[in-house]
Design a protein around this ligand. Structure first.
Ligand code: HEM
Length: 517
């Protein structure tokens, strides 16, 4: 092919060059978005964006460094997908609360298969409002009190397992797997009345299958990659680009478990007051039907009231059961583990906490009433969550063009908050690098800007399970400290690195020694 009468190139080479030229032009246009908006843009690698850096160093590390370098509002890219990273507490308040109606949805970098759009954590607009209002009553004080006996039953098993390990390995052992099994047992029994024996069965299927979710790696998924580098494709072919987050076999595993819980409950006429019961109450049919699960999907356009009349669909029951089982277990386990780490590395704080427990609860069984009265426990947990916010990044999507504090946010923009970076900003925290539970004492709480503290997010779309999580973490720490004192071992890595995944877990075994008190 002759070009401008100057050079003669083979057609295939012209094709390749034109493709490369178009990709470069597209990337250049996409990645100059923040400059066009007059917003500071992080230095980024052409086409790849920050992918390599994120993968090598993790969100937490990068975000903390970026805030230092670029300030409280700046743009960055994953591939060609832009995110506006916001670490300004006032803007976070505007987005999560004051102007929530313009930011009801979460941003997703990719199109998910239709059924996932029925998850309360992923759904948008009125669909999300309907799901959230139906599911929220799961966590009222009355229902939480009713959950306590279920938590205690799981706790008794945890204690038997721990006692056994203390006997077998008096020099110390990794406590993480036992806590993870325990929190899976708790969410399945408190939410669904299911006994799944995650603590007592090795390689438990509930834990194994949840890993697909928790360890989902978009960079290994071709559809995900395609949408990351060419986001325009998912705008043009949204249906074609729909990506699954877990394999069909893991999905079928959860589907079977949910159906089992549903059928057991339908035949059990005793009074239940949990998540499953709420969903069954909101469901109009008698059974969960396989074809229903695949077809009754996102009937977008229905108002909250219309959805209430229609009731919970099979898909909504199934998908939200999966979401609660997964969201409710690893988050809570990780929070308990970080708290244990903070207690073994700061024995004076552990001693003070034991003193409070001995004085106020003694050997009484922890209950909804008594654990929430432990003030020092609350302060230590809050400080532990400031040091180790386990959800690395939160976000909201602008559903229309908005201007906040002079920053122009275009419709569709992913507004990201980075909790770890925020939790260490000297502007919001006095001596941020010091572990000081006293900063959360009632008399000091007025000094805290609540929008610079995001372990459970903020606003109407914050963590729906926060109360259950707090009850579970606090009761577990109380019963453990009623029986044992924790010590660090030589094998404990200090400081403990945070994993680079979306959920910031301790990245090395948490090898601690327990002595009976
Ligand atoms: C200590 C444990 C937990 C932590 C640290 C945690 C943290 C979070 C965070 C940071 C968010 C995002 C909030 C936002 O965007 O503003 C979230 C959302 C959510 N969490 Fe939790 N969570 C925990 C336990 C739980 C439990 C026990 C459940 C269920 C029983 C749960 C269910 C959910 C759900 C369904 C959402 C999405 C809510 C929505 O979009 O409306 N979480 N969680």
């Amino acid at each position: 092919m002759e070009i401008l009468g100057l050079i003669d190139l083979p057609g295939w080479l012209v094709g390749i060059l034109s493709f490369v030229f178009t990709v470069c032009l597209y990337t250049w246009y996409k990645q100059s978005l923040f400059k066009r908006l007059g917003i500071t843009s992080k230095d980024t690698v052409f086409f790849l964006g920050d992918i390599t850096e994120m993968r090598q160093k993790g969100f937490n590390y990068i975000d903390s460094k970026m805030v230092d370098k670029y300030g409280k509002v700046f743009g960055c890219f994953i591939g060609n997908i832009p995110s506006l990273v916001i670490s300004d507490a006032d803007m976070i308040k505007q987005i999560t609360v004051k102007q929530f109606s313009s930011f009801t949805d979460r941003a997703s970098p990719i199109q998910l298969t239709e059924r996932w759009q029925s998850a309360v954590s992923i759904a948008s607009g009125d669909h999300w409002r309907f799901l959230r209002t139906t599911l929220s009553p799961t966590f009222t004080a009355g229902r939480m009190k009713a959950m306590c006996p279920y938590i205690h039953k799981c706790m008794t098993i945890l204690h038997e397992i721990i006692a056994d390990n203390v006997k077998k390995s008096p020099e110390g052992f990794d406590i993480v797997p036992f806590i993870r099994g325990y929190t899976m047992d708790v969410i399945c029994s408190t939410g669904f009345g299911l006994e799944v024996s995650a603590q007592t069965t090795p390689d438990n299927a509930f834990i194994r299958n949840s890993k697909e979710f928790l360890d989902f790696d978009g960079l290994r998924n071709p559809l995900f990659l395609l949408q990351m580098f060419f986001p325009v494709i998912s705008e043009i072919f949204p249906k074609l680009m729909r990506t699954n987050i877990i394999s069909e076999s893991a999905f079928e595993f959860y589907e079977t478990a949910t159906k089992r819980a549903f059928h057991e409950r339908k035949e059990d006429h005793s009074k239940h007051n949990d998540l499953l019961q709420l969903m069954i109450k909101a469901h109009k049919g008698d059974d969960l039907d396989k074809s229903g699960i695949q077809n009754d999907v996102v009937d977008s356009g229905l108002s909250v009231e219309q959805r209430k009349t229609r009731g919970f669909t099979d898909t909504e029951i199934l998908i939200n059961s999966i979401i609660f089982m997964v969201a409710g277990y690893d988050t809570t386990a990780t929070t308990i583990c970080w708290m244990i780490y903070d207690l073994v590395t700061q024995p004076d704080i552990q001693d003070k906490l034991i003193e409070e427990i001995d004085e106020k609860i003694g050997k009484d069984v922890p209950s909804y009433e008594n654990v929430f009265k432990l003030q020092y426990l609350d302060m230590v947990l809050q400080e532990s969550q400031r040091f180790h916010p386990i959800v690395g990044r939160l976000n909201r999507k602008a559903i229309e063009d908005v201007e906040i504090n002079g920053v122009k946010i275009p419709k569709g923009m992913d507004c990201t908050f980075a909790p770890l970076a925020l939790h260490f900003m000297p502007e919001y925290w006095d001596e941020p690098n010091k572990f000081r539970p006293e900063r959360f004492a009632p008399e000091n709480k007025g000094n805290i800007n609540e929008y610079a503290y995001l372990p459970f997010g903020q606003g109407p779309r914050n963590c729906i399970g926060k109360r259950l999580a707090l009850l579970e973490v606090k009761s577990t720490i109380v019963t453990l400290l009623q029986k044992y004192k924790f010590y660090k071992t030589e094998k404990l890595v200090e400081p403990m690195p945070m994993s680079k995944t979306g959920l910031s877990r301790p990245d090395k075994p948490l090898i601690v020694k327990l002595d009976a008190r």
